[in-house]
Design a protein around this ligand. Sequence first.
Ligand SMILES: Cc1ncc(COP(=O)(O)O)c(C=O)c1O
Length: 439
Amino acid sequence: MPLVDLDRFDFLYSERVKGMKTAATRDLMATLSRPGIISLAGGFPDTRAFGEEAFRAITGSIAQDAAQALQYGPTSGLEPIKDVIVEVMAAEGTPARQEDVFATTGAQQGLDLIAKVFLDEGDAILCEGPTYAGALNAFAAYRPRIAHVPMDRAGMIPVAARETLNKARKQGLHVKFIYTVPNFQNPAGVTLVTERRRELLEIAREFDLVVVEDNPYGMLRFEGEPLPTLAALEQEQEGVVDRVVYLGTFSKIFAPGVRLGWVHAQPGILHKINVGKQGADLCSSNLSQMMIYSFFQNADWRAYVGCLTAMYKERRDAMLESLAEFMPKEVHWTHPEGGLFVWATLPSYLDATAMLPRAIARNVAYVPGEGFYAGGAGKNHMRLNFSFVEPERIRRGIELLSEVVRERMELRSDLERGSQRGARRGSTRSASFASGTDG
Ligand SMILES: Cc1ncc(COP(=O)(O)O)c(C=O)c1O
């Protein structure tokens, strides 16, 4: 086979695309599908739970409307799917009206459209530190400066957010929005407490910003009480939808393969998003929308979410128990009350990126923390997914991973010199702005 010259057209590529990187997990996919590997790396919901019969029932039920399913549709989505979205949002306690929702090709497209609508090169945004790597990728195309606001067990720290915004003002940066994943965050598994949700809204008002609330996991709660969304709190306080742009998705409560999500926002913002989406893909798939509509109309979708939640809870428990059993005491991790991920913190002298090939050689994989920051922090962290692997294999995977960590710790004195420089310091104070293209 001739060698492929990947740099062949470098002189023609845009500056934008030169700075963009593929997500570590996407690059790893081929390796991770190797038989024998226990992958705690993906972010996959377990679509095996859905089953052939249920799938057949859905596809059969839309066959009579084949012509519409195979046709283009309105850019903002079919009317019936908007009713489903309103119902799902209401089930999570967020009042929504049909005219305030807009269907997108996954929440991922929502992130891209929001960046397209709000960001000029050099504008700044605030994200949690760490944050969803796919959001960093989407934002990077618009070349913003990104500040990661530190989190603790209660989510993003408002004092730090405020300090960062003051600093940005002094630097003359134009901050456009705060991006948050408030429930069972990807990657940290942490949930933003209600008081801080209120504070974040207050900060957004004070600095006149938009808040992008990305909530794919809210309905996957294993324990504790559901918390109000920022979108619900804003409506409760102001009586209108204003500066909160809410992103939802069917990926985690139904299936990611249908690629359908939504934006709930103020009409002016939705109008801009509509223009942006026309240039991106004209409309989301009618076929997907009709499949979802059929399932949500004819089946007990709440029971299906309940079944997913029970399955993931068992797997989360298996992960937390095996971490406690096998990991060295110097390793710490989060205790998510829902969602798909645990975030583990290694001693600061360990580099999870450098350790990954060792782990894969031992047949276990995770995502190194670095990809969840713009600008190179997070080296001594790992994201561990528990939704896709059965409990027994999770146990075995954590046991193998613990052996790798232990080995690396035993080499501590050798590693310390090289790794400590890059390790993240656990500051809870204001963050500095990195170029989004680093992430
Ligand atoms: C926080 C977050 N936002 C958005 C997405 C994208 O989801 P979708 O499948 O709806 O595009 C994901 C996917 O894992 C996610 O974790």
